[in-house]
Ligand binder design. Structure first.
Ligand code: ADP
Ligand code: ASP
Ligand code: MG
Length: 680
């Protein structure tokens, strides 16, 4: 069972209702769906007003409400279904005219859900309407669960079940409500009773955001949060969720997914249990009325340094020219009160301070890896290279310690930058925790990106969720703008790339007429540290493979290692022997290499070791991916590259190919690229 709740604006009119129904129908194809709906927006307020009036003064307001619903019905139904739905709406309006004052407010959800239920039935669904007033006991969850289970058990064939939110009875059987905004809670009670596989709250914003987007437009969606943090935000004014909703969901371990009816592809917010991370993460800013003033709350997950946080709050407000009236804290939040006139200004200032990365002007950088690249980066920064950008970059620590990432996670403040200049195979496992802790990452370690696609996607997602940057443009072509160019492709035909410096260097350096044999050239490259310890790793295409994965994924192709066909430069016999034997075999093959070069010269061609993807509908990803030797004639820019140059040709539908060519190697180039990634 999936439980989907739609709020007032999600059912405000016929168009919205149709959208909501599309969402339900999409999910109903795989599972039973229970739809909980609010009253159409504005309805509950109108009903409260009606309830305040004596019976003889209600007619005008009731008629207006009735007509609003009839207009929706007219757009959704035709023929006899329309007549029946209108008749029911009129009957409800008649009852409303006479209803006891305190029951008027319960009519809104009856109006809306009867329309929805009829529409699902009209469309041929095995539909059922449940009367929440008879099932939900406002102060007795156990009794509610039992009644709900029994009601569903009596209708095993129902596929789409519709129930009004908000309304219930108390333990004496009197009709009541669950409080303003209570439909969210109704949905959670239904979900908990039925051990639902999903609880989705569909509203008019893409999830719980860092603050109310109507007050601060820069607010962004919080991807994941704990039940506790969601409860705290809701409890302290984030109207997007009714706080009690969290209780039954947490009790049953059901994740709450808050989604936007008007942007259904947005994943929204997932509220679930979170294992304590030991670091403080700021989740959101909420605002609530407090004795004629406004109380602004900054809600955190994890341990909170309240004194330091309050100082930051006061500083940020002071910068905005606002003096707080009062302030305080508890375990999971710090708060200030301000005058209502400055709410917007104060919220913006605090949001900027705690949630907007763009304002970063100074960067505290932790560098993992004190090798050639790390050292080059340090001296580049020391030389003041960042000054021209108007920003300040400080290296806090540079280290080759294997546990450095964990140390950074424990000690660095949010918005620090972790730079991975290592060659480590497993440091990537720290990326998600770092990103989730609000630490930016710049990486030149291509091993970290050439992990299985799910892991790669998880890192990207984590960065997005925490609003931090995660950049690794140096993993392909160092400072050349290769990755950002493929990332902009929307209709890629192919790319061909010579991006493996080692291979490139050896291949372009060898022309068959050298004094040095191919074996010697390779050996020298190995001695100079240009190849892996065993240069066959490079010859086998390993490095090219990593870069190909990164490139393809950046272009939106979810490539995996298994998708790539690699034709190594040399035959199998070179790979299954010792390094020493390998070099002797290579030396023996020298005459053949010379002959081959001469042949190529004859036809004006040169060979290059190329990683490519080409559109191919029969391939799993839609692209055929290969790494192999390719021949290029003198009219190709690939013919003309030399030394450690990289070259990439990117072709997309309807435009001439883009060629990027330039120095692709060297610690200095890498350092430049990394610094650009930090400052970008
Ligand atoms: P529904 O009718 O769908 O239940 P609500 O009006 O109850 O919707 O809640 C959604 C509204 O909550 C949003 O339109 C937004 O203005 C407000 N809101 C307040 N704080 C937040 C927040 N932190 N994130 C998202 N929305 C918020
Ligand atoms: N209709 C009710 C209200 O406006 C309940 C809800 O929308 O959640 O408060
Ligand atoms: Mg609501």
């Amino acid at each position: 069972m999936r439980v989907l709740k739609f709020g007032g604006s999600s059912v405000a009119n016929a168009t919205a209702m149709s959208r909501a129904m599309d969402i339900v129908e999409g999910e109903a194809s795989s599972d039973r769906v229970l739809v909980v709906s609010s009253a159409i927006s504005g309805c509950t307020d109108a009903l409260i007003e009606i309830g305040k009036r004596p019976v003889h003064e209600r007619k005008e307001l009731v008629d207006a409400l009735r007509d609003k619903h009839i207009r929706i019905i007219r757009r959704l139904f035709s023929g006899s279904s329309r007549e029946e739905a209108i008749a029911e709406c009129k009957a409800l309006s008649e009852m409303l005219l006479e209803a006891p004052s305190d029951e008027c407010v319960t009519f809104g959800e009856l109006f809306s859900t009867r329309i929805l239920y009829r529409k699902f039935a009209d469309e041929g669904y095995e539909a059922l309407w449940l009367d929440s007033r008879k099932l939900i006991v406002s102060d007795d969850l156990a009794a509610s669960y039992k009644a709900i289970r029994e009601a569903l058990a009596a209708h095993p064939d129902a596929r789409v079940i519709v129930a009004p939110g908000f309304i219930a009875s108390d333990s004496t059987g009197k009709v009541t409500t669950l409080g303003r905004g209570g439909s969210d809670y109704s949905a959670a009670i239904f979900a908990a009773a039925l051990d639902a596989g999903a609880l989705e709250i569909w509203t008019d914003v893409p999830g719980i955001m860092t603050t109310n987007p109507k007050v601060v437009p820069a607010a962004r969606t919080i991807g994941r949060m704990s039940y506790e943090a969601a409860f705290t935000m809701a409890e302290h004014g984030a109207k997007v969720l009714y706080a009690p909703t969290v209780v039954p969901a947490r009790e049953k371990g059901i994740a709450i997914n808050i989604r936007n009816t008007f942007d259904p592809s947005h994943p929204g917010t997932v509220i679930e249990s979170a294992s304590p991370s030991g670091v403080c993460r700021w989740m959101g800013l909420s605002s609530e009325a407090s004795q004629g003033n406004v109380r602004l709350n900054l809600v955190a997950e994890g341990p909170l340094d309240s004194q330091e946080s309050l100082k930051r709050v006061t500083e940020a407000l002071k910068e905005a020219g606002i003096a707080p009236l009062d302030s305080g804290h508890d375990d999971s939040l710090v708060w200030v009160t301000v005058r209502p006139e400055v709410e917007r200004q104060a919220s913006s200032a605090l949001h900027r301070e705690f949630f907007e990365e763009e304002k970063l002007r100074s960067f505290d950088v932790y560098v993992a890896g004190n090798g050639a690249v790390g050292k080059a980066l340090a001296s580049l920064i020391e030389s003041g290279a960042a000054v021209r950008s108007g920003k300040e970059v400080r290296i806090i620590e540079i280290s080759s310690d294997r546990n450095f990432a964990a140390k950074v996670l424990a000690n660095a403040h949010r918005r620090s930058v972790f730079v991975d200049c290592t060659n480590s195979e497993d440091i990537w496992k720290m990326y998600v925790p770092l990103l989730e802790a609000g630490i930016n990452i710049v990486s030149s370690n291509r091993r970290s990106l050439a992990v299985p696609y799910v892991e790669y996607a998880a890192m990207k997602q984590a960065a997005l969720r925490s609003g931090v940057f995660f950049r690794y443009s140096t993993t392909v072509g160092n400072a050349l703008p290769i990755l950002e160019s493929v990332a902009m492709e929307t209709s890629l035909n192919y790319f061909e790339a010579v991006v493996s410096c080692t291979m490139n260097n050896i291949i372009t350096g060898y022309d068959g007429a050298n004094t040095e044999s191919f074996a010697t050239l390779l050996h020298h490259a190995q001695m100079r540290g240009l190849t892996e310890n065993d240069p066959r790793t490079d010859l086998g295409g390993r490095d090219a493979l990593r870069k190909l994965l990164i490139l393809a994924r950046e272009a939106g192709v979810p490539l995996e290692e298994e998708d790539v066909t690699i034709t190594p430069l040399l035959g199998k016999e070179y790979f299954n022997c010792s390094l020493e034997d390998f070099y002797s075999k290579l030396e023996l093959a020298e005459p053949e290499f010379i002959r081959r070069e001469a042949e190529l010269d004859e036809i004006d061609k040169r060979q290059r070791f190329v990683a490519s993807i080409h559109k191919d509908p029969s391939a799993r990803t839609g692209y055929k991916a290969e790494i192999k030797m390719q021949l290029y004639g003198i009219s190709s820019p690939f013919y003309w590259i030399s030394g450690t140059q990289n070259i990439v040709e990117i072709s997309s539908e309807g435009t001439a190919p883009l060629v990027i060519k330039g120095a692709g190697e060297g610690a200095g180039q890498a350092a430049l690229g990394i610094l650009a990634d930090i400052l970008r």
